[in-house]
Design a protein around this ligand. Sequence first.
Ligand SMILES: [Zn+2]
Ligand SMILES: [Zn+2]
Length: 224
Amino acid sequence: MDEQVPLSIAIVPVTPFAQNCSIVMCNATHDAVVIDAGGDVPTLMKQIREMGAQVRALWLTHGHVDHASGAPELADALQTEYGLDVPMPIIGPHEADQYWIDDLAARARVYGFSGNARSFVPTRYLQDGDVLHIGTETVQVLHCPGHTPGHVVFYHANMRLAWVGDVLFAGSIGRTDFPGGNHADLINAIKSKLLPLGDDVQFISGHGPMSNFGQERRFNPYLV
Ligand SMILES: [Zn+2]
Ligand SMILES: [Zn+2]
């Protein structure tokens, strides 16, 4: 753990889609969130314990099965682990993705996910401009529809780091051929909300390696 940086981040690929789940811990307090707990809950629990993280909430970028279907199971496991009287909060995505969340159990079966996926209603939906916290750190919420209508991005200005889910990838962008997808909305969200954050901002995608907005602005074939 590096005391010079405010957050420790463990990226754990989960589900048959190797979705990048992030466990993000405030180094000052050890308060943590889990972003996109798509599945493989035992693996996530092991990593959370190894970090000494105290998870306070589960955050979701969007309602697709590889990002959201492990959230209720992980919430239950953490509630038991910590002996909480109230459920572990599930925060996000935007309400427009509820139709995907309603479909999680069926999708998880189709794709052969392990675990016991079920639909749920998040503790709180997110909107553009919302502000969230991890211990002492502040994270901004950006609504970036297109891949799904309710997709949100988490931006930590202090570390110049964003979690973009399936909006943007190194050298590619999210699919828009699913029900509710919209290519023009996606390009607009990337160009009007993400790229203006700055070329130096690094991002963690739902799949594949990290990159930064400058690299994508200059070389991503969907954006140039
Ligand atoms: Zn997706
Ligand atoms: Zn995905």
